[in-house]
Design a binder for this molecule. Structure first.
Ligand code: IVH
Length: 706
């Protein structure tokens, strides 16, 4: 552009500000673009650059505030200057009617009531000074909330400057339309990162670290209460407040209803206030609730109830408040598949990867046919989003019908408890908890909870499927010092575990058998059982078909930091590649791998094939093993050879045992085999049996029986 003289920074900022505001207004209010997108971006970038250089010249309602910034939000705590209360609840038509009649009786005169949709979103208080938005604060504990202004400024329907220069606090609900929620969630490829519902998505967006990211979530707001600093400016009733809020520039929910003595009277009052809405007579409450309940699913946003409020402000003043609720309003809650419970406490779990998970301990609550006592709280961020404190009443749902989750705070506690904070130290080992990308971790690889978790995961039925080695047995064996790592599974002598709580001779036998059987599991399963966070079953398959068909290839590529060797596999991105590399460089994992190699586990996919193709010469036979061997060290290697060929292996000689493979120093088992007439095979014979497998075939195996 060419100007007769160079503009001062102030002039340019002023000019760009007003130009961009016109473009924004035209676009968002009328859907008309006065300039191309690229021209708009150019002007906006120029304004942002100038504002950065001259922050003192920036307009408090600058259009660049809508764009957000990359600065990290820290959400400081601020004290509310208005009481931020929640509503008492009603669960039936009768309870609402009761509220109406008791209020009228108490007042002893004519009253009217506004009825609004109870938006299922995030409660927000917008503070304006001289008509300018100065602060947007979450509800918090009702007295102190978090300042989330930068993120809220990105919401188009939040006015940055009002049509009049007033000091006012406005309550509203931030929400996301169902359609936007579906679209945004569908575009998130990682299913575990998808929000469960629009409210959760909004809760996350309100607290995004960068407002430039919050802007990308299409949040909206409906405002429903106004508190003027100058009481003299306060309108005389609720519908006049809504009308005034609308005039000032706030978005009001158009689905407003109004109850008066007669329908005609109600409609007249709405019209006088200049508001759209439906008028009803008191006698129509039942049909109104039925109508709204039926309409609920068709609305473009989620509502979880209806709010009935006395319209006359002087009556509101007379009725006043209980400690937590206004006496002049009530929330009718729709029935929902969720249950309500009280949060008794929060326990902190340490997972196998060190991930710290807060768990809600709740009053026992029936939901979906079972009684729930605990529900996940995911992480600190989730607790912050809910502004959850001990003693709060919460709603619980079963997500995907499996893991119960705390969905929302329904009522704040009356004990003055504020938002719960995770302890700074790992509750298991006392190590300082670290923060990694919004999650909390105990960084101590030897943390007992992590060790037990890793072993249990390795042995679980979904992974290596080691019979009887469930979390309880793992804990007992851990405490006894027998099982302190995954590799201990294959080297420990479990015979000394006999007599430990819940462990008898039979369970030791079953355990030893389970361990032996696990030796033949395919490489993919071994890989996914190691507990590397990024390598689940699918990940292991992807790596193997992507060329990493031996553990050595994984170790090698990680050692050399060849990220591209991983990222060239479809579905593996940079972040995952880097964590895999980090894992396969860690001395702890490497030493586990070496121990598993020595035990004879499959660390090479070609071994799986070999196994599959081995002739089943020992099929139908039951082998026991005793003593030590030259060739098979550790002994588990011999067991593998037997199982590979279809034989079953057991840990003691019984009447069912068909063969005893006997090495150096086999004592009591050998004697027992002799007594029972079990065929005794020494190392050389065994070697020749497996060496001649092709020539002798299956039949010979059977022959040896007799
Ligand atoms: S009036 C003092 N109106 O529901 C008046 N609340 O427990 C307080 N809500 O925290 C609220 N839609 O976050 C009111 N039309 C509406 C509402 C509404 C949703 C939320 C709000 C409040 C909670 C009530």
């Amino acid at each position: 552009m060419c100007y007769p003289r160079a503009m001062s920074a102030k002039e340019e900022i002023d000019k760009l500000t007003s130009e961009l505001k016109v473009y924004q207004d035209k676009y968002y209010k009328e859907g008309v673009s006065l300039v191309s997108d690229s021209e708009y971006d150019r002007l906006s970038d120029r304004l942002a650059a100038l504002e950065k250089e001259h922050p003192d010249l920036m307009h408090p309602d600058s259009p660049t505030l809508r764009v957000g910034s990359d600065l990290t939000n820290d959400f400081p705590e601020v004290r509310h200057t208005i009481p931020v209360l929640s509503l008492d609840k009603a669960y039936s038509d009768a309870a609402v009617l009761d509220f109406f009649s008791k209020s009228i009786e108490k007042e002893g005169g004519v009253l009217s009531f506004a009825a609004e949709e109870k938006i299922d979103g995030i409660s927000m208080v917008l503070y304006y000074e001289d008509g300018l938005l100065v602060r947007a604060v979450t509800r918090g504990n009702g007295e102190i909330g978090n300042d989330v202004t930068a993120n809220i400024m990105t919401i188009r329907s939040v006015p940055l400057r009002l049509s009049e220069s007033v000091d006012i606090a406005v309550r509203g609900e931030v929400f996301i339309r169902k359609e936007d929620f579906e679209r945004l969630n569908a575009s998130e490829p990682d299913e575990s990162k998808r929000a469960a519902n629009p409210r959760n998505l909004a809760a996350g967006a309100v607290r995004r670290q960068k407002s430039s990211e919050a802007r990308l979530v299409p949040m909206d707001i409906f405002c429903y209460e106004g508190f003027w600093q100058d009481k003299g400016r306060t309108p005389s009733d609720h519908i006049a407040i809504l009308s005034e809020l609308k005039r000032l520039g706030f978005q009001i929910n158009p689905h407003l209803s109004f109850f008066a003595q007669s329908k005609a009277d109600a409609e007249k009052r709405l019209e006088e206030a200049g508001l759209d809405g439906d008028g009803y007579a008191f006698s129509e409450i039942d049909s109104y609730i039925r109508k709204k309940t039926a309409e609920r699913g068709t609305l473009p946003y989620e509502i979880d109830g209806l709010v009935f409020k006395i319209n006359e402000l002087d009556v509101r003043d007379r009725f006043g408040y209980t400690e937590h609720h206004p006496r002049w309003a009530i929330a009718y809650k729709f029935e929902s598949p969720q249950a309500e419970a009280k949060l008794l406490g929060i326990t902190v779990q340490v997972g196998r990867t060190g991930r710290i998970t807060p768990v809600a301990e709740i009053t026992p609550t029936k939901l979906g046919g079972s009684t729930i006592r605990r529900a996940t709280l995911h992480n600190q961020e989730y607790i912050n989003e809910l502004e959850l404190a001990i003693g709060d009443t919460v709603s619980i749902s079963k997500r995907g019908d499996v893991i119960p989750a705390v969905e929302a705070v329904i009522d704040k506690n009356e004990d003055g408890n504020t938002t719960y904070r995770l302890p700074p130290l790992c509750p298991c080992c006392g190590t300082t908890i670290v923060q990694v990308g919004g999650l909390q971790y105990c960084p101590n690889y030897s943390c007992p909870d992590q060790v037990r978790g890793r072993i249990s995961y390795f042995a679980s039925s979904d992974q290596m499927d080691i019979a009887t080695l469930g979390p309880k047995t793992v804990a007992v064996l851990y405490d006894a010092g027998l099982l302190r790592s995954i590799e201990d599974i294959y080297t420990a002598d479990f015979s000394s575990a006999c007599g430990l709580p819940g462990i008898g001779e039979k369970s030791i036998q079953a355990l030893e058998e389970g361990i032996r059987e696990s030796l033949g599991r395919p490489f993919a399963l071994v890989l996914s059982s190691l507990g590397v966070a990024e390598i689940g079953k699918k990940g292991a398959q992807m790596l193997i078909s992507g060329g990493f068909d031996t553990i050595d290839k994984l170790i090698e590529a990680s050692k050399e930091g060849r990220t591209e060797a991983f990222t060239s596999i479809a579905g593996i991105g940079e972040t995952i590649a880097e964590s895999i590399i980090k894992a396969f460089r860690s001395p702890e994992l490497l030493s586990t791998i070496e121990a598993l190699r020595a035990a004879g586990l499959h660390l090479d996919a070609s071994l799986d094939k070999e196994e599959e193709s081995s002739e089943q010469i020992f099929s139908g036979q039951v082998w026991c093993i005793t003593g030590s061997f030259r060739t098979f060290n550790p002994r588990s290697k011999a067991l593998k050879e037997i199982e590979k060929r279809g034989g079953r292996t057991v840990s003691s000689v019984t009447g069912k045992t068909t063969h005893l493979l006997s090495g150096e120093g086999g004592g009591s088992k050998r004697a027992e085999a002799e007594r029972l007439g079990v065929r005794i095979v020494d190392e050389d014979e065994f070697l020749s049996m497996i060496g001649q497998k092709a020539a002798e075939g299956k039949g010979d195996g059977q022959l040896l029986l007799f």
